[in-house]
Design a protein around this ligand. Structure first.
Ligand code: TYM
Length: 338
């Protein structure tokens, strides 16, 4: 009998859930639930590393739970929970802070990028990947399924884990592998295909396809998508073809077709107009059932809260003993059992 691999991944509740989050991460989480032991975490503490409105963040946390369930995350097969409900995450972050060199964090691309846009840089933003390392390693995750932008954070997690194992002469932490999907790992903004589609820009018209958008809004966003002035429908890494390439990759990911079939589907297209409509229709077909399930789930938020509380209970049974064992290795005294 082969033992199942352990998987952990996370997603921030702030911002609006978009097609990149779905294709880069959540779709794969849902598809492989039977093959793995799964932990999926709504990382509300990570959201606090950027300024948030408390009322909005609270609403977004529940809404994201409903979206994840609507995307097919099944509480019977996966542990779905909110990060702040499991205090071991904060404890692990502190403990790992105490062995993570500052320079490792200052080098992170996401930190450099986000901090360059802030007047005041919050300490939490710098520390963000250490919290993430704790999220992953508390669950002994073998695999971390994420979009391409998170690769560096998973590599850092391995470095932190290795450092801990070395200092305390143990094999305590499992060093996780990053798992990036073949198609959809980096969905680009429709308005600006040089940059990735991003939650923080999802409110800008024409940038993102939000999973809860109505079909006519999705069609409008694709029709406005930036392309180029030649008329060639090809997969290409040339900068000027970034828009067309992005549309084809979205279609490839959402339909699960191979590249040859994707190109054959558009062989008779009379220009980019047909391409845009074809991609929009494929996306609408994929996301409409999700939006309908979401609407249904949001009718009973008490049930959502109950599911999240159960998920947190399950997560705690794994995470608390792990963090307690970390403390012991590091020389802390655990409180005596009463
Ligand atoms: P977050 O909330 O920004 O994104 C959630 C997931 O969506 C992926 N993603 C994309 N994939 C393809 N194209 C895009 N344009 C795109 N934008 C986002 C992300 O790669 C991610 O997989 N730091 C993480 C959250 C986190 C986490 C963790 C992840 C916290 N702890 C532990 C894995 C394991 C983040 O900000 O994701």
């Amino acid at each position: 009998m082969t033992t199942k691999k352990r998987v952990l991944s996370g997603i921030q509740p702030s911002g609006e859930f978009h097609l990149g989050n779905y294709l880069g991460a959540v779709r794969g989480w849902a598809a492989r639930q039977d093959e793995k032991i799964n932990y999926f975490c709504i990382v509300d503490l990570h959201s606090l590393t950027m300024p948030q409105d408390p009322t909005t963040l609270r609403a977004q946390t529940r809404s994201l739970a409903a979206i994840l369930l609507a995307c097919g995350i099944d509480p019977a097969r996966s542990t779905l929970f909110v990060q702040s409900h499991v205090t071991a995450h904060v404890e692990a972050c502190w403990l790992l802070n105490c062995l993570t060199p500052l320079g490792w964090l200052q080098r992170m691309t996401q930190f450099k990028d986000k901090s360059s846009r802030q007047e005041t840089i919050l300490t939490g933003l710098l520390d963000y990947p250490v919290l993430q390392a704790g999220d992953i390693m508390l669950y002994d995750a073998d695999e971390v399924p994420v979009g391409e932008d998170q690769r560096q954070h998973v590599e850092l997690t391995r470095n932190i884990g290795q450092r801990f194992n070395h200092i305390y002469e143990t094999e305590f932490f499992v060093l996780p592998e990053v798992k990036v999907p073949e198609a959809g790992a980096r969905v680009m903004g429709l308005d600006n295909p040089e940059n990735k589609m991003s939650k923080s820009m999802a409110h800008i018209r024409g940038h993102a396809v939000r999973l809860l958008d109505e079909p006519k809004e999705i069609l409008r966003s694709f029709k406005r998508a930036k392309t180029d002035s030649d008329n060639e429908i090809v997969f290409s890494s040339a900068p000027e073809k970034a828009g067309v390439n992005n549309l084809l990759e979205i279609y490839e990911a959402v339909t699960d077709k191979d590249r040859e079939t994707v190109l054959a589907d558009f062989a008779n297209a009379r220009g980019y107009g047909d391409l845009k409509v074809g991609v929009a229709e494929a996306v609408i077909a994929a996301v409409t059932p999700i939006r309908e399930r979401y609407d249904y789930l949001m009718r009973d938020t008490a049930e959502l809260d109950r599911l999240l509380a159960k998920g947190a209970d399950d997560a705690r049974t794994q995470a608390q003993p792990k963090v307690d064992a970390m403390k012991e290795l590091m020389g802390l005294v655990l409180p005596a059992r009463k």
